[in-house]
Design a protein around this ligand. Structure first.
Ligand code: HEM
Length: 411
């Protein structure tokens, strides 16, 4: 039997989820919710909070679900009048079947495992460039902020190169994209944020239209050219082309940035694991998986039940919103013994950081490759790395990573 005090604790936890210090360390709160029920209908949330690993995994794979962020956004009566919301709702991740399956097929035909494999050399070259720059800045002994120096611009440069966005436009696009993603949470933004997002999306669309024109005139070996082929073959209309290209660009860096910043920070919190990785490059692949589990760069995703479903021994009626708390699932002790401990060679089952089912992250292997290259480069280049001052966490809903991470590093 669940006690009233446990329920009160879970509700209080949910009410505080998006506030400091929970942004920094939300894990005790997921535990408080899980203690009441792994599939818990929360009065505060007006929705179900799913924190169990098996249950999150199962819900992500259910076909009778709709995208919950889409549902929340369309509840806003004027969403069609906002350029930023209209284009967002056309993004691959926000589509439901059958539109989703059609666009996913096109996206997968362009964003292939081979296209990702071919990025390896460029990723290594870019990683060296950014880590050299970090070393140069660190020489003075003054703190260097890892986020604007490496964690953000490195994945931006990688996705720019893959898509064919000129490198000198990358950081401008990045700023516009950041204005846009502020309204991706489904509701928690101001009117000013929305107005800025609309303006930035118009500007971003203008740049992408120019790129499409350039590639129409002359194809190159990049993904924008491949998308233009799909468009000319009639598999994407004008708006889908814009929605897919801009979404691939943004998803290419938003989350990987978090993996790099939290990855380094977490290793500093577990110096024994840092030392272990430094001496043993063979554990790189499992080390990155463990950092993905421990730091969960996207804390969750949302679904809406299209029909009644069975989950965790309960029947959930149609029309209910489910918060799939992947960050909670990744710390579920039933799946991961001693879940708060970082163990770079853990092999007790895959994390759910890339989601699951039809919307499973298309860029998972690109993100893995980037982290597998840059993280060892940083930890092996600098013999000491220390946090200097107070790091600042990102406050955007659903994203777990740093806005600023000042470090003192020495070679
Ligand atoms: C550490 C880095 C990353 C994490 C943690 C991550 C996580 C996720 C998650 C959880 C989803 C599923 C969302 C849902 O079910 O609602 C997703 C979808 C997606 N991700 Fe990633 N992602 C990462 C990097 C990337 C990269 C580098 C790309 C490259 C472009 C990418 C492209 C996508 C796309 C296109 C989708 C939508 C798939 C669909 O709806 O069919 N992601 N990602």
């Amino acid at each position: 039997m669940t006690s009233d005090s446990a329920i009160q604790e879970a509700e209080a936890a949910i009410a505080r989820l998006a506030t400091p210090p929970m942004i920094e360390d939300p894990y005790p709160l997921y535990s408080a919710i899980r203690r009441v029920n792994r599939v818990y209908e929360s009065a505060t949330l007006g929705a179900y909070a799913i924190t169990g690993y098996k249950e999150v995994n199962a819900a992500a794979r259910m076909a009778n679900m709709k995208n919950g962020v889409r549902a929340a956004t369309t509840q806003r009566a004027d969403w069609q009048e906002h350029e930023s919301l209209r284009l967002f709702l056309r993004a691959l991740v926000n589509l439901d079947a059958p539109e989703h399956s059609a666009m996913r097929e096109v996206a997968s035909s362009v964003f292939t495992p081979n296209a990702i494999k071919q990025m390896r050399k460029s990723i290594e070259a870019l990683a060296h460039r950014f880590v050299d720059d970090l070393a140069e800045r660190a020489k003075s002994g003054e703190p260097v902020d890892l986020v604007p120096t490496v964690a953000s611009p490195f994945p931006v440069s990688v996705i720019c190169e893959m898509l064919g966005v000129p490198d000198n436009q990358g950081m401008l696009f990045y700023k516009l994209a950041n204005d846009w993603t502020r309204v991706w949470g489904g509701g928690n933004y101001s009117d000013a944020d929305l107005a800025q997002a609309d303006t930035s999306v118009v500007e971003l669309r203008g740049y992408f239209s120019e790129l499409f024109e350039a590639r129409r005139a002359e194809r190159r070996d990049d993904l924008i050219s491949a998308l233009i082929d799909q468009h000319e073959a009639g598999r994407l209309d004008d708006e889908d082309l814009m929605a897919l290209a801009t979404f691939l660009f943004i998803s290419g860096f938003e989350t990987t940035t978090n993996l790099i910043s939290t990855g380094i920070h977490t290793l500093l919190e577990f110096p024994d694991q840092l030392a272990r990785w430094r001496g043993n490059p063979d554990i790189t692949a499992s080390a990155v998986e463990e950092l993905l589990r421990h730091g969960t760069p996207i804390s969750g995703t949302v679904r809406l039940t299209a029909e009644p479903i069975q989950l965790g021994g309960q029947e959930i009626p149609a029309g209910k919103m489910l918060f799939l708390m992947t960050a909670g699932a990744n710390r579920d002790p039933e799946q991961f013994p001693d879940p708060d401990r970082l163990d770079l060679t853990r092999n007790d089952g895959g994390h759910v950081s890339f989601g699951g089912g039809a919307h499973y992250c298309l860029g998972a292997n690109l993100a893995r490759m980037e982290a597998q290259v840059i993280l060892p480069l940083i930890i092996n280049r600098f013999s000491t790395i220390e946090v200097a001052g107070t790091p600042e966490w990102r406050t955007a809903i659903g994203l777990h990573g740093f806005e600023h991470l000042p470090l003192v590093l020495s070679e």
